[in-house]
Ligand binder design. Structure first.
Ligand SMILES: [Zn+2]
Length: 283
């Protein structure tokens, strides 16, 4: 292993040798030593060349649009919802408490440093819980659909009102990255579309139905369509993605009840849980 000066630490001085197993078809790329709040980590990255080709368009059987909800974590064009995990909030109040304790400690003291570390570990835990939740949700989507349509985050800020939280945006950005990485390994397509007026347009007839954030229901005065606002947005996202890739699927917002072409192509060995059973996953 190459040694280089890293802050004040010479890796040469590490006292132990660790052995790890490299999957034969993978190429070892880099190895980074990282210090985190709860200790030192060795981060090994490997390259896998056995990534499947994305599913050909004519083989796509199931497609879904996904909208980031304000109340829910996400809403699909089928009306499925994934709630925001409640235990985030529990950890949040724990964090606030520990932060108050920090204020009582003398700056620069040992106890101050210890309390700082305690807080850093809580942040780390929240980050890990979120990441785990994102992976579980991404696997659920990839397992159930051949094509997943999402909003393109880069231009989202312009289209959304100021009230939508930046925290929500940040979490959404991480989720999209994870979703793409999971999808690539299964040959599932993720299509990013412009978020422009996805919430305002009617998914039934295309009429603009202006609504503020407090209005939860989409009610079209022209075609009479009534549905959840996020579900309506998800349908618009799906429609946009399908027309972008030039795909026509059977009616009903382009959805069919069939099985995805590549179910469980990679990695996820979970039992046949429905999309709603995230609670049953170990978290
Ligand atoms: Zn309409």
């Amino acid at each position: 292993m190459e040694t280089r000066k890293h802050g004040n630490t010479h890796l040469r001085n590490f006292g132990h040798s660790y052995f790890f197993y490299i999957i034969p078809s993978f190429t070892l790329k880099t190895c980074t030593i990282v210090r985190k709040a709860d200790g030192w980590y060795c981060c090994i990255s490997m390259q896998d060349d056995n990534v499947p080709e994305p599913l050909p368009l004519n083989e796509i059987k199931t497609a879904v649009g996904v909208d980031v909800g304000l109340k829910e974590f996400l809403v699909t064009s089928k009306g499925e919802t994934v709630p925001i995990k409640q235990h985030y909030r529990k950890t949040q109040s724990h964090l606030a408490r520990q932060q108050r304790f920090l204020e009582r400690k003398q700056k620069g003291s040992k106890r101050f440093a210890a309390q700082q570390n305690r807080i850093a570990r809580i942040h780390q835990k929240i980050g890990r819980q979120r990441k785990d939740f994102h992976y579980n949700t991404a696997h659920k989507l990839v397992k159930n659909y051949d094509l997943i349509a999402v909003e393109d985050l880069n231009i989202r800020g312009l289209a959304r009102t100021r009230l939508s939280k930046s925290v929500l945006d940040a979490a959404w950005g991480q989720f999209i990255t994870i979703l793409e990485s999971v999808a690539v390994k299964c040959g599932v397509r993720v299509v990013k579309v412009s978020p422009h007026s996805t919430t305002q347009d009617c998914s039934g007839c295309g009429t603009k139905v202006p609504k503020t954030l407090s209005i939860r229901l989409h009610e079209c005065h022209k075609c009479g369509l009534v549905m959840d606002r996020d579900e309506n947005a998800a349908l618009n996202i799906l429609d946009r993605a399908l027309s972008e890739v030039g795909l026509i699927l059977p009616a009903g917002g382009g959805l069919v009840a069939g099985q995805p072409v590549k179910p469980e192509a990679w990695g996820f060995n979970g039992e046949a849980l429905s999309f709603f059973d995230l609670e049953k996953l170990p978290l």
